[in-house]
Design a protein around this ligand. Structure first.
Ligand SMILES: Nc1ncnc2c1ncn2[C@@H]1O[C@H](COP(=O)(O)OP(=O)(O)OP(=O)(O)O)[C@@H](O)[C@H]1O
Ligand SMILES: [Mg+2]
Length: 400
């Protein structure tokens, strides 16, 4: 995987474009040509990092090459003498190119955040209350109701890693058949450094157009203002746009559902401004024994588990502070232990052509306790009691 350099490249592009414009103003042909070619080069590089907009970048790069040629031949800007080059303007070809159809570009980017979700509520073990709350929100928004009754617009899910926050958001979208936008705050921030506010605006614009929509804002703590460094300015701006969106759109059209679900592992990093927009803050805890058993069943579907002592496995999982993700991994390990035992020559089949493989089937047997005993050795929870206490304390103080 190449390192994503699109953020710095975008800044470099803007700088080159500005220098180009200055050179044009001064009549410095030589520099203008150099800068136009630099713009083209950067756009070509950008096309490698952003497959969604690759074509558009390449097209723009071509235009900049044409501009360089026009400059060299001395007829650049001749037809547009009265038109100053404006940032973001749509005054046709030429210097304004970088900003042209920028809004569309962001909308296109946002369209690519739309994810198809096939997750169902029944894929989630435990978390009954959370499920109910989200279901209620979704249903209320669709029902005829007095104006004073409004569904929640923002729900914050917080809890340790791997407890089902992303899963919940996907299930909400899947069950509703809603347009599901999956946004990782840190991703948007780094990818479009300095442009993230435009993404947020475009995001909610498209979300409203395609309502009912669920905007899933993962790692919302990445937007916290508590951190320092260069990124904090960009995150601050992105955050304030997000907060405005969360405040704003209910008045415009109250009967469409655009539900923002935000998730974080570090709720204590969030400041008041964010928290106040998420009046519902839901603790997504580690699974208890009952939930653990459900998660084991979900992750061993299609296999015979009648010989397992689920209570014993669940108790051990809870004792080890396993998250849903850990339990899933545990089951996978156990299943693999069984498969390897039953199919010792499995790896040798790798030689066979795909068609032949398709005709064979895997040998299985009922899962045994020893499969799990082996598996337990491999799965370690990163959490300590102290971590859990911290979540519980925060939940008590700020949750609800
Ligand atoms: N309650 C659950 N029921 C069933 N499976 C679960 C549950 N919780 C977690 N899992 C399993 O663990 C995987 C990871 O869960 P998910 O991505 O939802 O965690 P998360 O809370 O979003 O974690 P993170 O905070 O690290 O983003 C899921 O894909 C699922 O297989
Ligand atoms: Mg997640």
């Amino acid at each position: 995987m190449p390192v994503d350099l699109s953020g710095p490249l975008m800044s470099a592009f803007r700088k080159a474009k500005k220098e180009f414009e200055e050179a044009i103003k001064k009549g410095d042909k030589e520099t203008a040509k150099k800068k136009a070619l630099e713009c083209a080069r950067i756009l070509k590089q950008l096309s490698k990092y952003d497959e969604f907009n690759r074509e558009s970048y390449l097209k723009k790069a071509k235009k900049w090459e044409a501009i360089a040629k026009e400059v060299e031949e001395g007829h650049y800007g001749v037809k547009r003498k009265q038109k100053p080059i404006k940032e973001g303007g749509k005054s046709g070809r030429g210097g304004s190119e970088a900003g042209a159809d920028e809004g569309d570009q962001f909308k296109r980017y946002v369209e690519n955040l739309i994810a198809k979700s096939k997750v169902k509520w029944s894929d989630i073990g435990g978390l009954e209350e959370v499920k109910r709350l989200i279901m209620e929100t979704v249903v209320i928004s669709a029902l005829q109701r007095p104006q004073s009754i409004q569904p929640w617009k923002g729900i914050l899910l917080f809890g340790p890693p791997g407890t089902g926050k992303t899963l919940l958001a996907s299930a909400a979208a899947g069950s509703l058949n809603a347009t599901f936008f999956s946004v990782k705050a840190s991703n948007v921030l780094s990818k479009y450094f300095g442009e993230s506010t435009k993404i947020i605006t475009a995001l909610y614009e498209v979300a409203r157009e395609r309502a009912p929509s669920i905007v899933f804002m993962d790692e919302i703590d990445a937007l916290t203002t508590k951190r320092s460094g260069e990124q904090s300015e960009a995150s601050r701006r992105m955050l304030s746009t997000l907060l405005t969106e969360l405040d704003g759109f209910q008045d415009k059209k109250s009967d469409i559902l655009v539900l923002t679900l935000a998730a974080t592992n570090t709720p204590w990093d969030l400041d008041e401004a964010v928290l106040s927009r998420f009046p519902r803050r839901i603790y997504v805890p580690l699974p208890d024994k009952k939930a653990t058993k459900e998660i084991i069943k979900i992750n061993t579907r299609g296999l015979d588990i009648s010989r397992l002592d689920l209570d014993a496995i669940a108790e051990e999982s809870v004792r080890r502070l396993y998250s849903g993700r850990d339990i899933k991994n545990l089951c996978q390990e156990a299943v693999w232990n069984m498969i390897r035992e039953e199919n010792p020559d499995l790896h040798k089949l790798a030689e066979l052509p795909y068609e032949k493989l398709r005709r064979r089937s895997l040998r299985t047997r009922p899962l045994e306790m020893r499969d799990f005993e082996e598996a337990f050795k491999k799965i370690k929870s990163p959490l300590t009691r102290k971590d859990i206490e911290r979540y519980e304390k925060w939940a008590e103080e700020f949750g609800g």
